[in-house]
Design a protein around this ligand. Structure first.
Ligand code: NAD
Ligand code: TYD
Length: 365
C-alpha cells in the first residue's frame, strides 16, 4: 500500500491511474480538493477497492497520523502543492501554507510513523510481518523552477545547481525541498526528491500554458502570450514523469535528488504555434483561417524566468530511466485528448466538477 498526496490534481491523478494499471497495490489518495483537485480525473476508479480517497489537508496534524497508523503504507509520494506561478504572484499565502507549512507537517507525521516501524535490527518486521523502517520511502515531487532562470547559453540544470528561486511558487517549493533534505540528514528519514521540468498531457488544468491555449482556441478566445513569447521551457509528457517517479521510488538511492526531463526545450511562442497547427489539422476553424489568428501578445509576467532546462543524465545513467514520448507524439496525444474530452473541459470551466465530487464521493469521504 502507498499513500499519495495531491492525487486528484494533474500529475497525481495520472500517476494513480498508471500505478493501478500496472499493479494491484492499493493507493490511499489524500487530497484537499482545492480548485485544482478534480476527482473526475479518477472517475474510472470510483468503485475500485484499490483506490481509497480521503479528502484532507497534508497539514492536518490529526488526520495524517491516523491514516498512517491505519493503513501502514510502505511509501508516501508527495504531489500536494499549490502549483501555478501566476496565482503565487497574485496571492502567495496559500503557497506558503501548503508548500512549506503543509510539507513540514507532512514530514513530521511521516517521521513519527517511520520511527514507529520495526527496524530489521530489532528482529521484528522480517519474514513478511509488514513494512519495516528500511522498506519505507518518502518521495517528494518537486520542480526545476527551484534552480532559477538560465540564460540562452548556460548549461542545463544539474542536481548540484544552486537554488535560486524567483517566484513565490518556486521559493515555496525550494523551502519544501530543503525541509525534505534536512529530515534525511537530521533524522535519517528515507527520502527521495525529484525535480522535474514542465509537464503536459491529459487532465491538465486549463490555467497552464498548453491546456489554456487548446481550450481558448476552441472557444474562439484570444491566446495570450506573455511578453515576447521567447521564454523557454523544457517539456515532458506527464506519463513519462510518472514513470520516472515509479523508477526513483523503486531504485533511487536514499537522500538523493534526481532531475527529470526529456531534453525538449521550446520557446512559448513555438509551443502555441504547434498547438495551433495541430488544431488546424484536427479541428479546422469553420472560417478556414488558422487558430494563429487568435494569438495576442499581452503584458509580461512579473519576474518571468527566461529559460528552464533539465540535464537528465543522472536518472538516465544511474537508474536507466528514459522518456517514451517525443514532444511531437506527446503534444499530438494531448491535443487529441482535449478534443475527445470536451465534457471534462466543460465541467472544469463551469465549475461542475465540484458537484460531481459531492454526488459521487460524499459517502466515502
Ligand atoms: P495541481 O495543481 O494540478 O494539483 C495539486 C493537487 O494538490 C490538487 O489535487 C490539490 O487539490 C492538492 N492540494 C493542494 N493543496 C493541498 C493540501 N494542503 N493538502 C492536500 N492536497 C492539496 O499540480 P500538478 O501540476 O499536478 O503538480 C503536482 C506536483 O508536481 C506539485 O508538487 C508541483 O510542484 C510538482 N511539479 C509540477 C510540474 C508541472 O509542470 N505541473 C512540474 C514539476 C513538478
Ligand atoms: P505555465 O504553464 O504557467 O508554467 P510555468 O510558469 O510553471 O512554467 O507557463 C508556461 C510558460 O508559458 C511560462 O513562460 C509563462 C507562459 N504563459 C503565457 O505566455 N501565457 C499564458 O496564458 C500562460 C498561462 C503562460
Amino acid at each position: 500500500m502507498i499513500l499519495v498526496t495531491g492525487s486528484a490534481g494533474f500529475i497525481g491523478s495520472n500517476f494513480v491511474l498508471d500505478w493501478l494499471a500496472q499493479s494491484d497495490e492499493t493507493v490511499i489518495n489524500l487530497d484537499k480538493l482545492t480548485y485544482a483537485g478534480n476527482l473526475q480525473n479518477l472517475a474510472s476508479l470510483k468503485d475500485d477497492p484499490r483506490h481509497i480517497f480521503v479528502q484532507g489537508d497534508i497539514g492536518d496534524t490529526e488526520l495524517l497520523p491516523k491514516l498512517l497508523a491505519q493503513h501502514r503504507p510502505r511509501a508516501v509520494v508527495n504531489f500536494a502543492a499549490e502549483s501555478h506561478v501566476d496565482r503565487s504572484i497574485h496571492g502567495p499565502e496559500d503557497f506558503i501554507q501548503t508548500n512549506i507549512v503543509g510539507t513540514f507537517h507532512l514530514l513530521e507525521g511521516v517521521r513519527s510513523y517511520w520511527q514507529s516501524l520495526p527496524s530489521p535490527a530489532s528482529g521484528r518486521g522480517v519474514g513478511g510481518e509488514g513494512v519495516t523502517q528500511s522498506d519505507f520511502r518518502f518521495l517528494h515531487v518537486s520542480t526545476d523552477e527551484v534552480y532559477g532562470s538560465l540564460t540562452k547559453d548556460e548549461p542545463a540544470f544539474t542536481e548540484t545547481h544552486r537554488y535560486e528561486p524567483n517566484s513565490p511558487y518556486s521559493a515555496s517549493k525550494a523551502a519544501s525541498d530543503h525541509l525534505v533534505r534536512a529530515y534525511h540528514h537530521t533524522y535519517g528519514l528515507p527520502v527521495l526528491t525529484t525535480n522535474c521540468s514542465n509537464n503536459y498531457g491529459p487532465y491538465h488544468f486549463p490555467e497552464k500554458l498548453i491546456p489554456l491555449m487548446i481550450v481558448n482556441a476552441l472557444a474562439g478566445k484570444n491566446l495570450p502570450v506573455y511578453g515576447d513569447g521567447q521564454q523557454i521551457r523544457d517539456w515532458l509528457y506527464v506519463k513519462d514523469h510518472c514513470s520516472a517517479i515509479r523508477c526513483v521510488l523503486d531504485k533511487g538511492k536514499l537522500g538523493e535528488v534526481y532531475n527529470v526531463g526529456g531534453w525538449n526545450e521550446k520557446a512559448n511562442l513555438d509551443i502555441v504555434h504547434i498547438v495551433c497547427a495541430l488544431l488546424d489539422e484536427l479541428r479546422p476553424r469553420p472560417d478556414g483561417k488558422s487558430y494563429r489568428e487568435q494569438i495576442t501578445f499581452v503584458t509580461d509576467r512579473p519576474g518571468h524566468d527566461r529559460r528552464y532546462a533539465i540535464d537528465a543524465r543522472k536518472i538516465e545513467r544511474e537508474l536507466g530511466w528514459k522518456p517514451v514520448e517525443t514532444f511531437e507524439t506527446g503534444i499530438r496525444k494531448t491535443v487529441q485528448w482535449y478534443l475527445d474530452n470536451q465534457d471534462w473541459v466543460n465541467n472544469v470551466l463551469s465549475g461542475n466538477y465540484r458537484q460531481w465530487v459531492e454526488k459521487n464521493y460524499a459517502a466515502r469521504t
